[in-house]
Design a protein around this ligand. Structure first.
Ligand code: RIB
Length: 296
């Protein structure tokens, strides 16, 4: 059983600021660093550090060569990362004194995926394997259809949420992993139980993970007939930088499911990993190794 992340890699240009820059304002940053990130890369790293056999597929652009190298160092198979002439996808991230972030994303190389690349990559995977997607690459509807047709278990973290996701057939997904804002964008409700009821009515076989920041997380796992619900409180830690906390949760949660852990253990472990991530700066850099959790 293997995990395939077909997703983005970004260079994160991170600026520490007193507050997020306001319209018309010029603000001096306290520090600046360039770090590995991208929701796809972060989730691949989280899966691998959680112990899952992980492959990453996507495109590397000009200036981004260090990103697949970092994935490899983490034990991720990068045979399906393709070089393209476009500039590397990147972000400008402001981190304020409360550890909150504000992210400006330029897709660049991440939206150069071709149908031929998707076919070649997916031909190596099948029933029993998992596909984890985010919304930072192109061709999501096609990749979802082809992976589901091959019998893969498809999980979508529809982040950042935008209208391109309307083209994805949610009926082909096994898992949807969202935060409260994305949940409201999809269902029109900010009440967790209503979110679940609306989604379940539309897609009866779709399981849902809903993260609620400091208020914890809730999961509903269903086979269409029977649904199991687990609620998990957030671990309280001093917040340094929330970037990639959701990616850490997602990677650890899916790794737990792949291992066959009870749902409550998947939630507890993912929540502990996300708490460690917010106590450290950076995106991929902040994701803990499994031994750090087991040692606690
Ligand atoms: O989820 C965090 C990530 O979102 C950052 O690493 C940044 O690259 C953006 O994709």
């Amino acid at each position: 059983m293997r995990a395939l992340v077909f997703g983005s890699m970004n260079l994160d240009y991170v600026y520490e600021v007193e507050h997020f820059v306001r319209p018309g304002e010029t603000l001096a940053a306290r520090s600046r660093s360039v770090k590995p990130g991208g929701k796809g890369l972060n989730q691949s790293v989280a899966l691998a550090r959680a112990g899952a056999e992980t492959s990453h597929a996507g495109c590397v652009g000009r200036g981004g060569e260090q990103l697949p190298a970092l994935l490899k160092e983490n034990g991720v198979d990068t045979s399906d990362v393709v070089p393209v002439p476009e500039i590397q996808g990147h972000t400008v991230i402001q981190v304020n004194r409360d550890g909150e972030n504000s992210i400006l994303l330029f897709s660049g190389s991440n939206t150069c995926v071709t149908e031929e690349q998707a076919d070649r990559t997916l031909s190596r995977f099948g029933r029993g394997d998992w596909l984890l997607l985010q919304n930072e690459i192109n061709l999501l509807p096609l990749i979802t259809e082809k992976a589901a047709a091959r019998g893969m278990t498809v999980a979508l973290n529809p982040s950042p949420y935008d209208s391109r996701l309307d083209q994805v057939d949610f009926g082909l997904l096994s898992w949807l992993l969202v935060n409260e804002i994305e949940a409201e964008q999809i269902t029109g409700s900010d009440d967790p139980d209503t979110v679940w009821e609306r989604l379940h009515a539309r897609h009866p076989r779709l399981s849902l993970l809903l993260t609620l920041g400091g208020r914890g997380s809730i999961v509903w796992r269903t086979d269409g007939a029977r649904t199991e619900k687990v609620t998990q409180a957030a671990f309280r830690v001093p917040v340094v930088d929330t970037t990639a906390a959701g990616d850490t949760f997602t990677g650890y949660f899916i790794a737990g499911l792949m291992e066959g852990l009870p749902l409550k253990d998947c939630m507890a472990r993912a929540s502990r990993a996300a708490a460690i991530s917010v106590s450290r700066p950076g995106a991929a850099d902040s994701i803990p190794w499994r031994a750090e959790l087991d040692g606690q």
